[in-house]
Design a protein around this ligand. Structure first.
Ligand code: PEP
Length: 254
């Protein structure tokens, strides 16, 4: 039993529209038991930020709005990018940093993820720091060395403060969008390792930092994953696009 408040975060990726915003925010608001007991986060495409922000007011919802990415730079001649200031102005309180799709599809290196985490912290946004090994790394027994490199890149740039009041999401790349979730036992072992790395920086931060599991979480496997002592909730892709499924996953985290 821990006193860490669970988190369930929806990553809509490049999906969703105004209708989904309405359905999701309204159906979550109807589940009064979710209020206060966990942090429910929605990370839609940036074009939906303001619509979601007003849906929160309409339905009296305390869903937390998160961006899926920010630039590692503060401002400037960088066509097509959004800075931390832009997403903050649109009502985002949290931001996903270093998602595996940013790393694999856009070549984002761990040093760049670290810059994004720092941008977020400087402006008071809570980063969801994504880490995870690929299938090849997993099969080659390189899970722990990969995670160590990803976490150290952030520590080297931002020190332990980069993790204070931040969220870490362990997302094995082989489980993201594949339908093959990690077993609760394996996920717990790796979450325990990640918390141990953070403990070496700061025991206080290690005790309070929330570490989410992500990768093919569904209403069927959520409870077993979330009941593990070092798993404080989940980062949810596909299942978050169906409000009924997402709510069941939220309920499994309480
Ligand atoms: C994700 O994209 O962060 C994710 C976990 O996706 P899925 O739940 O679809 O595996």
């Amino acid at each position: 039993m821990t006193n860490r408040k669970p988190v369930v975060a929806a990553n809509w990726k490049m999906n969703g529209n105004r209708q989904l915003v309405d359905n999701a925010v309204q159906s979550i608001a109807k589940q009064s038991e979710l209020k206060n007991n966990l942090d429910v986060v929605i990370s839609p495409p940036a074009t939906l930020f303001s619509y979601l922000d007003s849906a929160k007011k309409t339905y009296n919802s305390d869903v937390i709005l998160a961006a899926q990415n920010i630039s590692e730079f503060e401002q400037g001649a960088i066509t097509g990018e959004l800075s931390v200031h832009h997403v903050k102005e649109m009502g985002c309180q949290w931001v996903i940093c270093g998602h595996s799709e940013r790393r694999s599809l856009f070549g984002e290196r761990s040093s760049v993820t670290a810059q994004k985490v720092l941008q977020a912290k400087k402006q008071g946004l809570k980063p969801i720091i994504c880490v995870g090994e690929t299938a090849e790394e997993y099969e080659a027994g390189k899970t722990y060395s990969r995670l160590t490199a990803q976490i150290e890149a952030i520590f080297n740039l931002g020190g332990e403060q980069a993790f204070t009041d931040s969220i870490v999401a362990y997302e094995p790349v082989w489980a993201v969008g594949t339908g093959k979730a990690a077993s609760p036992e394996l996920a717990q072992e790796i979450h325990h390792f990640i918390r141990g790395m953070i403990r070496a920086m700061s025991p206080v931060t290690a005790a309070s930092v929330r570490i989410l599991y992500g990768g093919s979480v569904t209403p069927d496997n959520a409870a077993a994953l979330f009941s593990q002592p070092d798993i404080d909730g989940g980062l949810i892709g596909a299942a978050s696009l169906v409000p009924e499924k997402f709510i069941k996953i939220c309920q499994a985290a309480m």
